[in-house]
Design a protein around this ligand. Structure first.
Ligand code: HEM
Length: 247
């Protein structure tokens, strides 16, 4: 039902990137754009409102929202003060906006550090998708290599590396045979946002790969240092790859 919101926000991101990199390679600060994308998707799904982007500059409610979220993520590092508003707990810690944005950032950084893999991902997108047509949710299952990139990102840079502590209320036997991707937890308390997260990550990455050429600034490897956090594992500090629109 809400697939339109997802694609709409991705198109807004693509238009923004297009406006700054249509003619030549341009340095882009992807981190804030991706955080804005994930927050806008979740706030639009829950409240029908978007708080990031040029069209909401000057709107007081949006400013207040960004200010509160900004305080939580000063310097790109997630911090969770004990007294923050419960709604943000839902939006971020539970709602998973930051985990999704962090995963997209890790994946793009890894792709930029491994141009051969980026090239293969691009070839897959070109093979399976119609040129000049953006992918949609139904295309995701065709893009197996892209799915593998997402799984590998979860393995190398799990957004919630320590999972969430639980105490079993009764004796139990643990058997996780056959399903070893633990990024979203397992069992009854596993993440209910897994499907949504996978769609946002897959569609955003696929669209960025399909529509733009990417390269590192001055060929320098992207720093993969992990930021400190209590529950989520962000990348430390900003990063600015070069983007150029695929003509
Ligand atoms: C890459 C993205 C995400 C990762 C890695 C992630 C991971 C997790 C993990 C590990 C848990 C704890 C599971 C447990 O208690 O054993 C969790 C819980 C939860 N997640 Fe996510 N999540 C992501 C995205 C999302 C999204 C997009 C949403 C919703 C919009 C969401 C909503 C929730 C909620 C509501 C819970 C609490 C469930 C409960 O306590 O019963 N998550 N997530």
């Amino acid at each position: 039902m809400l697939a339109g919101v997802l694609m709409d926000e991705i198109k807004i991101l693509l238009r923004k990137l297009h406006s700054i990199s249509a003619h030549k390679f341009t340095k882009v600060e992807l981190g804030p754009l991706i955080s804005g994308l994930t927050f806008n998707i979740v706030t639009r799904m829950i409240a029908g409102k978007r708080y990031y982007g040029e069209d909401v500059v000057g709107i007081e409610e949006a400013r207040q929202f960004r200010e509160l979220v900004g305080e939580m993520f000063a310097d790109g590092r997630a911090t969770y003060p004990g007294d923050f508003l419960p709604i943000f707990k839902y939006f971020d810690r539970q709602g998973g906006t930051h985990t999704v944005a962090a995963t997209i950032e890790w994946a793009m950084s890894n792709l930029l550090n491994h141009p051969g893999v980026l090239k293969k991902a691009r070839a897959e997108v070109d093979d399976f998708l119609c040129p000049k047509q953006l992918q949609d949710e139904t295309d995701l299952s065709k893009l197996q290599y892209l799915q593998n990139i997402v799984s590998e990102t979860f393995r190398l840079y799990p957004a919630t590396p320590l999972l969430v502590p639980h105490i079993s209320s009764d004796n139990c036997t643990i058997g996780v045979d056959g399903y070893k991707l633990l990024t979203f937890g397992l069992g009854r308390r596993a993440c209910p946002g897994m499907g949504l997260a996978n769609r946002i990550i897959g569609l955003t990455l696929g669209s960025l790969i399909q529509c733009f050429e990417w390269e590192r600034v001055d060929g320098k490897a992207i720093d993969m240092v992990e930021g400190s956090a209590d529950i989520a594992m962000p990348k430390l500090g900003p990063w600015k790859p070069n983007a150029k629109l695929v003509q």
